[in-house]
Design a protein around this ligand. Structure first.
Ligand SMILES: [Zn+2]
Length: 118
């Protein structure tokens, strides 16, 4: 019998992968997620970064920049030029299509991310 050399361990690839992740400490998954902006107007299914639960995000409509821009325009037209009734100024704040969407965790109530119109 000739002495055989040891076969390469099958988990060597795993070692390389773990080394690759270890060598890049800047690879913060939350940072990547916020840059990719997976948030939409609809609730999304995800793992909460705060409580680690698998949750469907709770959404909340909030006034972002866009309603204020429209409010300014309508206020200007209504109050100074009398083109539209001044009471229309607040309409943008009641249109869900114009509002930003905040995603909250239903389990720990923490803020997850925001879908912005602008
Ligand atoms: Zn949570």
């Amino acid at each position: 019998m000739s002495s055989t050399t040891e076969p390469p361990p099958p988990y060597k690839i795993d070692e390389v992968e773990s080394n690759a992740t270890d060598s890049s400490p800047q690879n913060d998954s939350r940072y990547v997620m916020s840059r990719a902006s997976p948030y939409n107007t609809a609730p999304i299914e995800m793992d909460c970064p705060h409580c680690q639960n698998h949750i469907v995000s709770h959404i909340e409509h909030v006034a972002g920049v866009l309603p204020w821009i429209l409010f300014s325009i309508l206020a200007f037209l209504g109050l100074f030029l009398f083109i539209v009734p001044w009471c229309f100024c607040c309409v943008p704040f009641f249109l869900d299509q114009l509002l930003d969407v905040n995603h909250l965790c239903p389990a720990c109530k923490k803020f997850l991310g925001r879908f912005s119109r602008v």
